[in-house]
Design a protein. Sequence first.
Length: 560
Amino acid sequence: MVREVNYLNEKVNNSHSDPYAIGPNSVINKKNNPWVKRGLFIFVVIIFLVALYFFIVYSFFISDMEIPEDKNSFLFVVGQVNPIKLIFGEPEEDIYRSAGAGVIGYGITCANTDECLSCLECVDENDFPDLGPLCLYIPLGSSDSNICESPKICDGVGNCIECTSHDDCSVNTDGNLFCNLNENSGTCVESCSPPIDCTGRFCGVDGCGFSCGECLSGEACNLDGICVTQCSPETEDETCKDRDRSCGNFENNCNVEVNCGECLDSQTCNTAGTCVDNPVVVTPPTGGSNPGGGGIVTISGSKIFTPTSTQLKSYSGYQRKDYKEDDEINLKNLDMGDHSLKILELNDDSSIEKDFIKIQVASTPQNATLFPGNIKRFDLNDDSYYDIKVQLNSIKSNKSNISLIQIHEKIEIPTQIINNESDEIGVVNETDDDSSDWDLEEEPKGEVNYMWIIIGIISTLVIAVLMFFLISLFVKIKNVADGKKDITNDPEMKSIVKEHNNNVNKLLLEGYDYLSSNDSKRARIKYEEIKKCYNPMYDPNKRIYDKIGEYLKRIIRLED
């Protein structure tokens, strides 16, 4: 019995050659196994889906790219800077030659004495609103599709100007374009040939590049072909220090302005180039009704306004329309101590939505940013009551219209969480138009950005699904490498396993019939047939194996 059981175990552990089994003796080797091909296909699909996912995220959620401050880097993108020079840090000089006075229709420009430039294509300012119209470099010989269409054309130095026509320029037999000297517009002509045309010119070259003469030492040839005396400019010290000038702009001996320095904010540069202190101007209180009133002191160009107690307590409050940046309002007449309001910054933008002022209320500094129509209240003495209300009415011509009213209102504690890091303490926003009450230095509080939460959930699910497929794929490939067969999902394999089990069970039933009639000899012969039919690869749970073992034990007991 021990010998028979060992034989059966050996067969289970070392499966025999089977045309459907996967192993070293299998007809279906690893290369031709369908799961290897399926695994590779699934792997490629997963890589594609990952790439598609990141492309969609990048396309829909990464936008509003700002143009870099390094203009050379941007111009390299649009093709205006030599990439070799940009990479190695060489100075990007003379990318274009000087355009001179005129323009011609094909985007080719030149001075009357210069060879014409290569074609330049004009880019609409809507494409680059921060930089305006730009010109892209197009080499000579480009197709007409790159021509700057009327009415826009490039002037040769990166700017777009009005186009005249497309009929003024052509190429000569040498493939070069030249400017016609007789055309003030810088029109290009087909060819140049002697005699030399130097009419009205005494130096430089004519329209075909031939010399019209040389200037004497100390002289230079101007664009009109006239020799003029060169000026040797004096040094900055000679223009400023030697003449005791410490500020202001003055012309040197070559009629070029030289800056000799700047004065302090509290000083002014006089005509002699010397800094002098600004006068202090005091305007006494004028009284009367609003607007105006109160004392005004001017120091170093900034004004200090001192409204009266009556003005601050009036129904309309104290209002002026001429507050500038660095102006200050003294609030001593509130009888609450030494307090003031100062305008730290004033922004007068062309768009009213971007007009704002930044103010500071002291002695305990409280900062706030106000847009037109905003109202902010301040507690000056920390008694849980608002003492002053400030309203920005408008901004015009770099002057702000502000109203101040003395109040006594209880501070209501808000239910929302207060950000302790805010630089605005005890400040409440009020406006008729909630949409205009913005603050440049604060982000909205209490708002949840659900878009990023949804993106995070979707990203997590996508990654989880991809990990599941990858793990399943690697398990399949490992099973292939180990010679194992998946008999649970393959319909063909299920059919083979079912047929195998039916055949073995049929032989077992026939064998048990012989055992019932005590015919051990025929039962033994049937056992040999069962061994040949049984394939352990189709019995992963060893259920058939256990039945065969029980049948063998019955045979041995009968033989004993």
